[in-house]
Design a protein around this ligand. Structure first.
Ligand SMILES: Nc1ncnc2c1ncn2[C@@H]1O[C@H](COP(=O)(O)OP(=O)(O)OP(=O)(O)O)[C@@H](O)[C@H]1O
Ligand SMILES: N[C@@H](CCO)C(=O)O
Length: 308
């Protein structure tokens, strides 16, 4: 269970009053999720998700709230922040930042079919387009500086061959110049647990808290490394073809994106190899963690290097 902040029906009823979204009828804690407290909130008008942020400072959050508002206004399937009668979405509850968003249909799928993969790719491309006129920029917290710092922390824990792989990849990535590639809003963490489906119908993308301004094709690389692979991390050609064709039917890659594509696949593998290594070797005491296997992304990195 990941309900760190327990809320009563009565306090949520009072908290909801300025939102004018009907009478509170039910409140249910959401077990999935490991970072924040999430509740389903059902009112006489609709269903919502209330997130109590357990780690973020209040000031970290407006970018994400504005981004989800912008994207949902542009027809991208994602949670829409709910504002009170003064137009304010972010509030506090128990002294922590709290946000209510629209509840999307569906649940995450562990073994996506080709129709679902196509829907993810189309929505990602539409999201990239819709983000082009979002004018706030947030740097990638999982970019070059983070890679170097995290690699230093995990390096002593690794076997010699892994150290070499990591060191060489850091140097390779550091040497790349991606400035000519199209940049914009990326989701940054488009894994299967961050996309909801109602059957084959895509309910929406969730969990925008790694979103930032970065290379658009890097977001595609993150997604295909997750959606189009077998258990070993190798690409399933049919899935990859469906994803890439669907994405490029909306936004075709530029020549520079095509040139750098193998390097972006490697960068995306490195990002999640590093974060999983860090979480594995430095678990936060007392925190609920769902085991995420670093070796899976080490395999993906090795596999993508072999593609070049
Ligand atoms: N807008 C939404 N509509 C419907 N369900 C949602 C929505 N937001 C979250 N959920 C549900 O709540 C669950 C937990 O959300 P989420 O994964 O964002 O948790 P978190 O703890 O904030 O993040 P993480 O687990 O990635 O650290 C999701 O798996 C999904 O089932
Ligand atoms: N999606 C990430 C965890 C959250 O960033 C992973 O699977 O490693």
């Amino acid at each position: 269970m990941s309900v760190f902040t327990t809320l009563s029906l009565e306090e949520v009823r009072q908290w909801l009053a300025p939102f004018h979204i009907g009478e509170l009828q039910a409140l249910r804690g959401i077990a999935a999720g490991i970072t924040n407290t999430n509740y389903f909130v059902e009112t006489s008008e609709a269903r919502f998700v209330l997130t109590v942020f357990e780690k973020n400072d209040f000031d970290d959050l407006p970018y994400f709230v504005h981004l989800m508002t912008h994207l949902s206004r542009h027809g991208v399937l994602c949670p829409r922040p709910v504002t009170d009668s003064n137009g304010v979405a972010l509030h506090r509850i128990h002294g922590k930042p709290a946000l209510m968003v629209s509840c999307l249909k569906g649940s995450d799928v562990s073994d996506p079919n080709l129709v679902q993969i196509e829907a993810v790719a189309l929505t990602l491309a539409r999201m990239h387009f819709a983000g082009l006129d979002f004018h706030e920029q947030s740097h990638n917290q999982r970019g070059q500086g983070w890679r170097v710092m995290t690699a230093q922390q995990v390096m002593p824990k690794l076997a010699a061959a892994q150290q070499t792989l990591l060191q060489e990849e850091l140097e390779f990535q550091h040497g790349l110049d991606l400035s000519s590639l199209p940049h914009g809003v990326i989701h940054g963490d488009l894994f299967r647990d961050n996309v909801l489906f109602d059957g084959d119908q895509l309910g929406g993308f969730i969990d925008f808290y790694y979103a930032c301004h970065d290379v658009l094709a890097y977001d595609v690389a993150i997604a295909v490394n997750e959606w189009c692979v077998d258990a070993s991390g190798a690409f399933v050609d049919e899935k990859l073809a469906v994803f890439m064709n669907a994405y490029q039917s909306v936004r075709a890659f530029t020549p520079a994106e095509k040139t750098h594509w193998p390097a972006l696949l490697r960068r995306a593998a490195l990002r999640f190899w590093l974060s999983r290594l860090y979480d594995f070797y430095y678990p936060v005491a007392g925190e609920l963690t769902h085991a995420k296997d670093p070796a899976h992304f080490e395999n993906i990195l090795l596999n993508r290097k072999a593609l070049i």
